[in-house]
Design a protein around this ligand. Structure first.
Ligand code: MG
Length: 195
């Protein structure tokens, strides 16, 4: 049996439909324009909506303050996928940039509290939960993230980085691209050239 792997997993738009939730809140707030897009397709949704960045940040900020942004269920299959990694003997490290930086003046600790509570509430199998914009702060063997820059940095640090397929990274050429956390877990468990 090969040795266990340290498996890094991003949360937003990997385990959690952050962009979908943010879009719902934007629609409800009426900032998404007269002909709103079906979904967010970039890191700058306010451009897609035709509203100001401040308006969008205000919606996100309110979603944090009233708890609506981070309170939805995990994406379907996310919990089972993490459990499958743990059951196979691997170490799961959840590493998220939530609560990092000063995005829209959010209260970092509030975001972190909500995230810890969400992970506990859904009993997501994991060995560590780290809040960091730099995903290389925890040494990992393999990692899945939807941010192509993060994946590039992880690969440069020696981690096999998988890119979660999302509209905002569709232009990036990357060999290890997955469309769902299930697909990532299958790749890890199949030991496709890892180790
Ligand atoms: Mg993400």
């Amino acid at each position: 049996m090969r040795s266990p792997l340290v498996v890094g997993v991003d949360i937003d738009d990997v385990l959690y439909d952050w962009s979908g939730r943010a879009h719902e809140l934007s629609l409800a707030a009426g900032i998404a324009g007269d002909r709103p897009p079906a979904q967010i397709t970039s890191w700058t949704p306010y451009v897609e909506y035709g509203c100001s960045a401040d308006s969008w940040h205000a919606v996100i900020h309110r979603g944090v303050q009233d708890g609506t942004l981070y309170s939805a269920d995990p994406l379907p299959g996310a919990g089972a996928a993490l459990q499958a990694l743990v059951d196979a003997g691997h170490q799961v490290q959840l590493i998220t940039a939530r609560g990092c930086g000063d995005f829209a003046g959010l209260t970092s600790e509030l975001v972190r509290q909500q995230t810890r509570a969400w992970v506990d509430r859904h009993a997501l199998a994991h060995h560590g939960l780290t809040f960091s914009a730099d995903k290389t702060v925890v040494r990992t063997d393999v990692f899945v993230d939807d941010n192509a820059d993060n994946v590039a940095r992880l690969c440069a640090a020696g981690t096999r980085g998988y890119l979660m397929d999302r509209p905002w990274n569709a232009h990036v050429t990357h060999v290890d691209r997955v469309r769902h956390i299930d697909e990532f877990v299958r790749a890890v468990l199949a030991d496709r050239g890892l180790g």
